[in-house]
Structure formats: C-alpha cells, structure tokens
Ligand binder design. Sequence first.
Ligand code: MN
Length: 250
Amino acid sequence: MPRTRSQQPIIGITSDFNAGDKDRPGGREPTYFLRARYVKAIEAAGGLPLILPITDRRKEIAKLLDLVDGLLITGSGPDLDPKLYKEAKRYRFKVMSRERTGFELALSKLAWERELPTLGICGGMQLLNVAAGGSLYQDLPAQLKPFLKHQQQAYATESSHWVNVEPGTRLREIVRSPKIRVNSSHHQSVKTIGPDLIINARATDGVIEGIEAPDHPFLVGVQWHPEFLYTTDPVSRRLFERLLVIAGRR
Ligand code: MN
C-alpha cells in the first residue's frame, strides 16, 4: 500500500511475549519485552521503530501493516513448536507462546503477500522459514553435530565464526564480501527451506546462516544477531540500512 512519506520509514518490530512463565521476564504476569538493541539499530539506520502488539485478529494485523513501511521479526529465547513443520518435539526446549507464534506467522505471511520489506533475525529468520513451509533442526548439537560452537561463550557483541555468503544473492550485495564474521547464539537452525526461499549464507560447518526470497523486494533472514554488532561492524550496519532504503521506497 504505497503512501507518500518521504522522510523516515516506519519499521514495525515484533516484541517478545511471556504469557506467564515464572522464569521469564514479568513472571506470572503476561509481559511484552524486547532488547533495546533492536530498536536502537533501526533508529541508527534512520528508521522510526514501532513495537507491535500481539493480536490474533486478521483485520488488526492488516491495519498494523498499513502503518509500517517495513518489518523486523526479532528473535526469541523459546523455539517454535515443531508441529508447525510437522515434527514431534524430540528435545527439551521451551516453546514460544501460542500468542506470539500465531501473531508472527500471520503477520509475516500477510507482509509477504504485500511485499513489505522484512528482516528476520535469529528466531525471526527461523519463523520466516517455517511461515514459508520450511523446517528446522530442533537441536543442532544433537542432530547435525556441527563442528562450530553455535552457542558462543563470548558475549554477542563479539563475533565467533565465519559465514560464507553466496554470490548473486541480495545478502552478498549488502555485505560485499564472500566471507564475514558473525556472532552465534542459537541451538536451532534452518533444515529445509521454504519453496520460495534460497540459502544465502552458511557457516563453515554447513549450518544455514541466512535465507532470502529472490522474488521479493527485501525478505532476508539471518541466523546471527546484527543488532549486537552494528555499532562496530559495517556489514551489520548495512543490513539495517538496506532494509531502511528499500522500506523508504514504498
Ligand atoms: Mn551460527
């Protein structure tokens, strides 16, 4: 839905949500929460961040999308329910709340139909893949036994492994290098990609670290956390900046 807004694109950001798990922020009290880095990264790239509330009403989801020029689907501690990619849950991990899962799946599908510029980070990338019909490794160390440590010891402001970036992809255009250093804080990853997606990046052990939709103006997912790196790493900064540039063209 094109509108005339020349200056500052508005980027809708999904928030984490604790439905009442006593061990998560807010405890038993249902609570929205979001690391400020996501918001700051959008601001630093010239955008106006808008944190989105969760709703299961399709009409309201459509209205929220009317308000924004782009989307940032953020990560999550808990993981997607494997039922969403037709698998039984085989490992011990917390499952993302029904509320957040339903909202983000509906939001990203509708955003995709509208060709709204969308960046998925970590769990956000995994969600985009599952929304597109792909699947995940439920537990990388157990299932794939990669030789890299994808749950790095160092804080996420440090990078810890290399990623090879596929030539001819949107990501490659953004990072301008065949090889980049990234941080890594995930125990799941993309297993099979949705039919309209391509893989744009892999860690040196083969783990999928990025996906994108080639027939979309900007639908990119990365498995690492550029919001922890953008202040020091030009590649991470350019990822947010590109989202803003494409969002600004709408
Ligand atoms: Mn990794």
